[in-house]
Write a protein that binds this ligand. Structure first.
Ligand SMILES: C[S@@+](CC[C@H](N)C(=O)[O-])C[C@H]1O[C@@H](n2cnc3c(N)ncnc32)[C@H](O)[C@@H]1O
Ligand code: SF4
Length: 451
């Protein structure tokens, strides 16, 4: 690879940097922002505005060793049923704290495994959501699906409630890789779920893949990519496997010695990029691909792509309300995260009906940095004209940031006509550049390598 020297020089293979799904990243949230802020910020959401709703289901029937998501294993639905009862209470309390005229533009069920719910539990949950929140005209409903735990009668409930997008976990189809990451999932199982969703008329299917897994080689990964493309997805997300066993204990089952080295990781990610682009997918940000007519691609082309906790989105709502254990809400004023452990979440909902336990109140400086980082992560550039218009009293601060960046990244950044652009061949450095303007960068605890 021609630009290897450049990428190495700027630390691509050593840097441990956040994925910047929020600024500041959630490990900087503080307990002095909690219930009081949550109540105040909910009440201050403009009446008549659109909100997005995220619901976290932190349960799985099996626990895959690679997984860094907040979830717990269960062999029965008893704890899930108790959790849905608490969720229904939380939805009622939070909805009552919002102005009456808000409309729900998006509903996303994530996890964990939302499809672990029985049809009855899913109907109860969705009745509460649609009972409290009126969908907006352009409403979209998406769900994360583990194809090994997605019964047709449950999928039917989702489709009856207007499911628009399914995000299906694949990771890798190779049996050796699957054995090493504790996730058995056949191609046939995955194809059956894809076929079922298409037959039910779900218009957009996203598949999640991982590179950097143990025993992945160019040959095996090439085969996985071929099989994935044969499913004709509308979108693809390809994430670099984050090996963080000190945070996600089950990852100790994965031998570090079996992981591909950083150069191999880079080559696997480039292999996927090349194949997806050859098949007509448009590259979106650092890790997504979409067919040109997909709404993510059209948002990208229009320069209105956003970054949120699920990655990239075309959702324009400034307010995201998170329900369930560990879910994060985003308000114009800042972030609030619910109690992380399900037991603590239950306790808080029993006490007050709210579960906010920590968060972050954004200062004007944080907002400025957040805007620059989101622009970089979504568009690989910083639009100074837009920044100056949004932060008219911070002109000299903006110029100082940009001067510092141009000095530290002279051969990868270009400034022309009030736009600072990251050269296409250096786009992989975007998280490192974002980290350079991150006001909290001293703390590296929760981060993963940049490639
Ligand atoms: C929250 S999980 C839910 C997926 C669903 N339960 C399933 O099994 O298909 C969503 C995605 O996060 C990604 N993910 C999980 N652990 C990861 C890790 N350690 N590094 C990078 N991505 C990871 C995987 O691609 C996964 O499909
Ligand atoms: S990948 Fe999905 S099924 Fe596996 S542990 Fe993570 S959330 Fe659960």
């Amino acid at each position: 690879m021609e630009n290897l020297d450049l990428l190495t020089r700027y630390g691509l293979f050593d840097a441990k940097v956040p994925r910047y799904t929020s600024y500041p990243p959630a490990n900087h949230f503080q307990t002095d922002v909690g219930l009081q802020a949550q109540r105040g910020w909910l009440a201050a959401v403009p009446d008549g505005s659109e909100i997005s709703v995220y619901i976290h289901i932190p349960f799985c029937r099996r626990l895959c060793w690679f997984c860094a998501c907040r979830t717990q294993g269960t062999s029965t639905l008893d704890p899930v049923a108790g959790y849905i009862t608490q969720l229904v209470k939380e939805i009622g309390t939070v909805a009552a704290a919002l102005p009456g005229g808000v409309r729900m533009s998006r509903l996303h069920l994530g996890g964990g495994t939302p499809t672990i719910l029985s049809p009855h539990l899913m109907k109860r949950l969705l009745a509460a959501v649609f009972g409290e929140f009126t969908p907006a005209a352009d409403f979209e409903f998406s769900v994360e699906i583990d194809p090994t735990d997605a019964a047709p009668d449950l999928l039917a409930v989702l489709s009856d409630h207007g499911l628009n997008r399914a995000s299906i976990g694949v990771q890798d189809f190779d049996p050796v890789v699957q054995g090493a990451i504790g996730r058995q999932q056949s191609f046939a199982q995955t194809r059956d779920v894809v076929d079922w969703l298409r037959d039910a008329g779900v218009p957009s299917l996203n598949l999640d893949l991982l590179y950097g897994l143990p025993h992945q080689t160019a040959v095996t990964f090439g085969e996985t990519i071929t099989r994935v493309l044969s499913l004709e997805p509308d979108r693809l997300a390809i994430y670099g496997y984050a090996h963080v066993p000190w945070m996600s204990k089950r990852q100790v089952m994965i031998r570090a010695a079996d992981l591909p080295d950083p150069l191999m990781r880079l080559s696997l990610s480039e292999q996927a990029r090349t194949r997806f682009e050859e098949m007509g997918f448009q590259s979106i940000g650092i890790d997504h691909f979409a067919r040109p007519d997909d709404s993510l691609a059209t948002a990208d082309a229009a320069g209105v792509l956003r970054r949120n906790f699920q990655g990239y989105t075309d959702d324009a709502s400034p307010t995201l309300i998170g329900f369930g254990a560990s879910a994060i809400s985003r308000f114009a004023q800042g972030y609030v995260q619910n109690a992380v452990a399900t037991s603590a979440y239950h306790g808080r909902i029993e006490d007050t009906g709210f579960a906010g336990s920590k968060g972050f109140a954004l200062t004007p400086r944080d907002r400025l940095i957040a805007t620059m980082i989101e622009d970089l992560m979504c568009r690989f550039r910083i639009d100074l004209q837009r920044l100056h218009a949004s932060f008219p009293d911070r002109w000299s601060q903006i110029e100082n940031y940009i001067a510092g960046l141009m000095k530290r990244f002279p051969d990868v950044l270009e400034r022309r006509c009030n736009v600072v652009t990251l050269r296409p061949e250096a786009r992989m450095l975007v998280r490192i550049i974002a980290h350079d303007i991150d006001g909290f960068r001293a703390d590296l605890v929760a981060h993963s390598v940049a490639v």
